[in-house]
Structures are given as C-alpha cells and as structure tokens.
Design a protein around this ligand. Structure first.
Ligand SMILES: Cc1cc2nc3c(=O)[nH]c(=O)nc-3n(C[C@H](O)[C@H](O)[C@H](O)COP(=O)(O)OP(=O)(O)OC[C@H]3O[C@@H](n4cnc5c(N)ncnc54)[C@H](O)[C@@H]3O)c2cc1C
Length: 490
C-alpha cells in the first residue's frame, strides 16, 4: 500500500514449519482467470501490494470458454474504464433466446448497455490483465499453489514455481480465484456439494459459409439442442448436446459430430469449417457453503459452478470480485469501522446471488432438455408466461442481465440502500464515470456538504463529491465503489 495505515500487521514472515523466510505482500490472489484479474487490478489500483499467482505459463490464455458479457458486467467494466474497449471486440445482441419460443428483449434494459455482448473470454482477460499490470500487480506465472496455513496475523502460502522451485509467500489475506477445482478451497477444508447437471456438451469455434439470418440461432428437439452465436469477427460459437450420445469428457470430438448435431437440432450445419477450438465438457451445479474462512476468501468458479445456460459463470465471478475488492481495500486502509463485519458481508451478499444463479441456470438447462410431453408442456407454459407478463419478463431480464441484483439494505442506510445505483448524470459527469476513481461517491444537493454516516468504511477526504443536476433534488446518497447504494438520507 502506498498509504500504509494497516489495521493489522504481519509480524511472522516464516513458513508454518518456521524455516524459510517468506516474501510478504498485502493480498495473494491465486488464479488469473477473469475473477482473479479483476480483483487483483482493483486492489492494486487502490494502492495495495498484490501478488497474482497463476499455474499457466505467461501468455497462455484460458481460450474462449465464456462468450457472453451481460449488462451489469459491462457497467462494472465501465466503472473501470474498460467497457468501450471491450465493446469494440464483439457483437451486441439485442434479443436473447433462452429456450423454445422464450426470448428476452434486452433493448428494454435500463442501462447504457442494453444488450448482451458476444465476445470471447480471452478478450475480457486481455483487458483485465493489462489493467492489473498497469496498476502494479506482481504476476507469478507457471506457479501453482500447493497448500496454505493461516494464523492470527496472516496467511502463508506454499507454491511450486517454474522448474519445480518452491516458493513461499506471506500475506494479510488470500483470495482463491483458482476455478472449479480450487486448491484454496481444498486447503481450507471446504466441501463443494452439488451434482452433475448435464454431460457431453460439445463446443466448437468455427467459421460458417452460410451464416444464420438470426444473430443467435438456437433450437432443441427434445433429444438434441444446439445454438450458434457470432463473435463478430467472422468466428462463431457452436454449442450442442445429444441425449443419445452421452460419453465422457475425454472422448475426442471431431467437427463432423458437431455438424451432425447442428443439422439435427437446427436443420442445417451452416457450412461450418475451420474449427479453431473443439471440446467436450460436462457441467456441475455446486456451491461452497462459506465464501470466507478467516483470512481466506473464495470467488468465481472456486465458489460456485453451474450450467452454461444463461451465460452467468464469468459474469457472476466478476461481480464477486467487485464486491470483495473494496471491502479488502477498506480493511487494509484501516477505514472500516467494523472490519470483521465488513468482510463477513461478502458472504452475506454474494452467497445468495451464487445460489440464485445455480437455481436459474439449472432451471433453464432442464427446460431446454425437456423431452417428456409433461416437461415440454411446462416449458411452453413457462415461455408463454414470461413472454406475456411484463412483470415476469422484467424480472427475468433483471436476473439474466445482473441489473436486478440487489443486496440487503444496510442497517440505518435508508430505503434504497443495497440497490444498484443507475448511471445518473451529475454536475461532475455521469456516476459510473466518477466511480472510476475506485472510491465511494457522495452525491449531495447543490450547496450542501453532508458528513458521512458513522458506518461508512471510508473517509470524508477520500470520497468523491458530486452534485445532482436537478436543483430540486434534496436527497444525499453515498454510493459504494462497486456501484451499490450504501446510504441515502433526506
Ligand atoms: C464451455 C464454457 C462456456 C462458458 N460460457 C460462459 C458464458 O457464456 N458466460 C459466462 O459468464 N460464463 C461462461 N462460462 C463459465 C466461465 O468460463 C467461468 O465461469 C469463468 O472462467 C470463471 O472464471 P474464474 O476466474 O472464476 O475461474 P477460471 O477462469 O477457471 O480461472 C481460474 C484460474 O486459476 C488457475 N489455477 C487453478 N489452480 C491453480 C493453482 N493451484 N495455483 C495457481 N493457479 C491455479 C487456472 O489456471 C485458471 O487460470 C463457460 C464455461 C465453459 C467451460
């Protein structure tokens, strides 16, 4: 940290066996996927000393995997000055087909990002990695966590580095963003309860000679399911599933299998060729019971995994990171009136969101796979209700896009605390641009200079001051660095 006002100090810099002196840092982040990159970048941008450890060698990406960035995630990226650059890499989708006739009109989203952005996960990671590097994160690639131990003063983590060399690091806090097979989760002794929800999904990134007329082509016959989405640069993502061909992930996939599946589900293979990536995977629904164990936190796929239906995984992980980062910053700066309660609020706020994502993506995939007459009737009914009833479609839109996610109100925080703060225009600029400072934003009526509430985990000197554009507006609002309202008054 540049401003070293730590609420705690790391007095013991030795490994648990007391032999090797360990290098010290404020926070160790394990896993440089999207979740770890956003988190490490936020912490370093706020002045913390951060080491990001990644098992993969430098330069080897996570390949395509996720390909849909939802509106709320685009807002989070906007508050870090990255949304425009990401938008330039992909294709906006104004309507999202979920299954059967059920589709959502994303154009109705109350956000400057009224769409789903189709872009490969590696583009998100490229931008986040550059930001983290610019902010001063220390990257250690080719280095895998083996185990960790925590005590009253900090966490000691042991790694295997390049060429098998051992490495020991010591930090105040450690965050496991090391994906669904998380070593951090195992090291703190947490289970990952759940089940396998869908097996043998095939995926390919291909070129097409005969592109679909609709931006997103999706269909299911009951025994097969497939969809095709454009990345916007001539490449398309194909995903398919065949009830009659359920094989282990290790079974090789050829493009012919994907073509055949597309023909049966969609009626055509659109002349797919030149696959740059093909894979077969299965999908689990699992969630860790605790997102925090002492000084260790879990975020992203390390904390929750679910089916790819609805495209929520990467988006949820990025929101976990945005929720946790400012809390760790406030505690490290010594500005949290109740540091333990603030760190616990990461679990209180994000665990229910993870559970909700498991439920909704699970329901979507089960409806998409429906093949008994009763299940298909239920699916048709669900589609009709959601399409016809405006409150239901608004709820579905809020859930899928992430814009509808809200947290419990802060005690004493006022009626709208816990809700997402929309990108309102202010005298000093729009709110989401002001949040790029990474600090709380205090919005007050013209001429007023209100004090912060006693429970605010920041200082008056640090909060960004702003004024409503409407002189008649007499309320005061304190917006958290992750874009949720902490407190309103007046
Ligand atoms: C086929 C597919 C399609 C998907 N589509 C979507 C979609 O459309 N939308 C969406 O939001 N999500 C989607 N997802 C999910 C998304 O890819 C994941 O949710 C996302 O990658 C999770 O990010 P993460 O940073 O939490 O974990 P990961 O991306 O898994 O990153 C974890 C990192 O930790 C590293 N690591 C692991 N163990 C160690 C260790 N011991 N030491 C050091 N480093 C370690 C790994 O190398 C990896 O880089 C999809 C996933 C798949 C497989």
């Amino acid at each position: 940290m540049t401003d070293r006002r730590h609420a705690m100090s790391t007095t013991d810099s030795r490994t648990h066996d007391g032999r090797t002196p360990a290098a010290r840092t404020d926070v160790i982040v394990v896993g440089a996927g999207p979740t770890g990159l956003l988190l490490a970048g936020d912490l370093a941008a706020a002045g913390l000393d951060v080491t990001l450890v990644e098992r993969r060698p430098a330069g080897r990406s996570n390949l395509t995997r996720a390909f849909g960035v939802h509106a709320r995630t685009l807002e989070l990226l906007d508050t870090r000055g990255l949304a425009d650059a990401l938008e330039a890499t992909g294709t906006p989708l104004a309507r999202m087909r979920l299954f059967g006739r059920l589709s959502l009109d994303l154009g109705r989203l109350p956000s400057r990002y009224d769409h789903l952005l189709i872009t490969p996960q590696y583009e998100v990671e490229r931008l986040l990695e550059q930001r983290a590097a610019d902010a001063g994160v220390t990257f250690r690639h080719d280095t895998a966590l083996r185990t960790l131990h925590q005590d009253a003063d900090g966490v000691t983590a042991e790694f295997t580095g390049p060429d098998g060399a051992p490495l020991t690091l010591r930090a105040h806090h450690l965050v496991g963003t090391d994906g669904h097979r998380s070593t951090v989760r195992t090291a703190v002794g947490l289970p990952f309860p759940g089940t396998s929800v869908i097996r043998s999904i095939v995926l390919a990134d291909v070129r097409l000679t005969d592109a679909p007329a609709e931006t997103l082509s999706v269909n299911g016959t009951g025994d097969t399911f497939a969809f095709i989405a454009p990345f916007g640069d001539g490449w398309y993502r194909v995903m398919g599933w065949d009830r009659t061909r359920q094989v282990p992930d290790s079974e090789p996939v050829e493009l012919d299998e994907v073509r055949d599946l597309a023909r049966r589900a969609l009626g055509t293979d659109h002349g797919m060729h030149d696959a740059r990536w093909i894979s077969r995977f299965h999908s689990d629904e699992r969630q860790v019971p605790a997102y925090r164990v002492g000084r260790v936190f879990l975020a992203g796929d390390a904390a929750h995994v679910h089916s790819p239906a609805g495209g929520q995984g990467m988006n949820t992980g990025l929101q976990d990171a945005a929720n946790l980062s400012w809390k760790l910053v406030a505690v490290h700066r010594g500005e949290a009136p109740d540091p333990e309660a603030l760190l616990d609020s990461y679990q209180t706020e994000r665990h229910p969101v993870g559970a909700m994502v498991l439920r909704t993506s699970g329901a979507l995939v089960r409806l998409a796979m429906a093949h008994t007459p009763a299940a298909r009737a239920l699916r048709a009914l669900a589609a009709t209700c959601v399409s016809a009833l405006r409150p239901l479609s608004a709820k579905a839109l809020g859930t899928v896009s992430g814009l509808g996610i809200a947290y419990a109100p802060t005690p004493g925080g006022g009626r709208t605390s816990g809700r997402r703060a929309p990108d309102v225009p202010l005298r000093e600029g729009r709110l989401h641009a002001l949040l790029r400072a990474g600090e709380f934003v205090l919005i007050a009526p013209e001429g007023a200079s209100p004090a912060l509430p006693s429970f605010a985990p920041t200082t008056a000197a640090r909060a960004v001051r702003a004024t409503w554009t409407d002189p008649a507006r007499r309320t005061t609002a304190l917006v958290r660095p992750d874009g949720y309202v902490l407190w309103t008054a007046g």
